[in-house]
Design a protein around this ligand. Structure first.
Ligand SMILES: [Zn+2]
Ligand SMILES: [Zn+2]
Length: 394
């Protein structure tokens, strides 16, 4: 079977589906219309469907003729809270909501994959599970976790899991993979600094939390620069500073919101401890107190199985004309990481940057655009991985 050739034949259907979803984006945990579209399409292909999995998730199960391995393929369905600025004919119809991370393309590609595999049902050695997941962008609980709690990785037990993400930073048509840690654990924290308010003309009578907050914004960078092994990727950013109402009032409190990104558990643990120590220490030095709170349930580091990834890269190279290369690590987070804790697998990327079509903006930009010519390749790549990995002998 030539899956890329077959994907080319259904390319108009994949693009049409993608545009339909793009025009009607839904935020995390509210993917009702998208889930309905997915369920209807899968049923029409003769695939067994379970809806309302982990909230708005959809599970499709395609049993082949053999008793081979069980392969799960995942697409996330949620959009982002921003106004679309991209000039496309199928622009978002929903104010303040846009598919700016390409999850619309993930759904359309995986439906394309389902079509390709359903057409080859009798040649399939094992079972393929299609995981259409809610709320990847939500952080914390996300959408993978509730789907796992609802049992998608069991009965039958998943042997391998794969996920594909559209990548606005990579050239169009490039498939990029990497074994080991590929994406970060995004730990969110809040530092609440309590001082003592008063008149701006008499700071000596107060404990100024704004001053302490300013010191802290600088000081926490010392965790990154002075306390963590510089060989380990690590970043700390404070994205929000809240305090005060008027120029001559020293407030009682200041709040900082930040994120820490790490690619391994020991660095993660140490970074969190050090941020706490520095915040408390700096606040104390100026007579204030700092409470540091980390969001529980942050996404784990996304760790691709080395062996499976290497095997997958060889399989992807069979796609004629595909440019397959090793990807750099990145410090974004992904709750696909949670599926990887349940079964070995790989999360890989499909480049969509194409200057001649104006596809030059990164994921999460209000001007993000996808080179739709790559979607057939994405659909074919997932189908090929499913065909080959259902055949694996353990
Ligand atoms: Zn995103
Ligand atoms: Zn995404």
């Amino acid at each position: 079977m030539d899956l890329l050739k077959e994907a080319k034949a259904i390319e108009p259907e994949i693009i049409k589906t993608r545009r339909e979803i793009h025009a009607h984006p839904e935020l995390a945990y509210h993917e009702e219309a998208t889930a309905k579209l997915v369920a209807d399409r899968l049923k029409a292909m003769g695939i067994e469907v379970k809806t309302k999995v982990g909230g708005t998730g959809v599970l499709g199960t395609l049993k082949g003729k053999g008793t081979g391995k069980v392969v799960a393929l995942r697409a996330d369905m949620d959009a982002l809270p921003l106004d679309e600025m991209a000039e496309v004919s199928f622009k978002s119809n929903v104010k303040g909501v846009m598919h700016a991370c390409g999850h619309d393309t993930h759904v359309a590609m995986l439906l394309g994959t389902a079509r390709l595999l359903a057409n080859h049902k009798n040649e399939l050695d094992g079972t393929v599970k299609f995981l259409f997941q809610p709320a990847e962008e939500h952080g914390g609980r996300g959408g993978a976790k509730p789907m796992i709690e609802d049992g998608v990785m069991k009965n039958p037990k998943v042997d391998y899991v794969f996920g594909l993400h559209i990548d606005g930073d990579e050239e169009s048509g490039v498939l990029a993979y990497r074994g080991g840690p590929i994406m970060a654990s995004p730990d969110t924290f809040k530092i609440r600094i309590t001082g003592k308010g008063g008149h701006g003309s008499a700071p000596h009578q107060t404990v100024d939390p704004v001053y302490v907050a300013a010191q802290l914004v600088i000081a926490v960078q010392g965790v990154s620069g002075r306390m963590i092994d510089p060989i380990q990727p690590f970043v700390i950013s404070i994205g929000a500073v809240h305090s005060g109402t008027k120029e001559n009032i020293i407030p009682d409190e200041a709040v900082l919101d930040g994120t820490i990104r790490t690619l391994d558990e020991p660095t993660r643990k140490k970074a969190k401890e050090k941020v706490m120590e520095v915040a408390k220490g700096v606040a104390k030095a100026f007579g204030a107190t700092a409470e540091v709170e980390f969001l529980e349930d942050a996404y784990p580091v996304t760790v691709n199985d080395e062996k499976v990834t290497e095997e997958a890269s060889k399989i992807l190279k069979q796609l004629s004309g595909a440019k397959v290369k090793v990807r750099n690590q990145l410090l974004g987070g992904e709750d696909f990481s949670r599926f990887l804790l349940e079964a070995p697998g790989s999360f890989y990327f499909l480049g969509t940057k194409n200057a001649s079509k104006g596809c030059i903006y990164p994921n999460h930009s209000s001007r993000f655009m996808v080179d739709e010519d790559v979607l057939k390749l994405g659909a074919a790549s997932l189908a090929l991985l499913a065909v080959e990995f259902t055949k694996q002998k353990s």
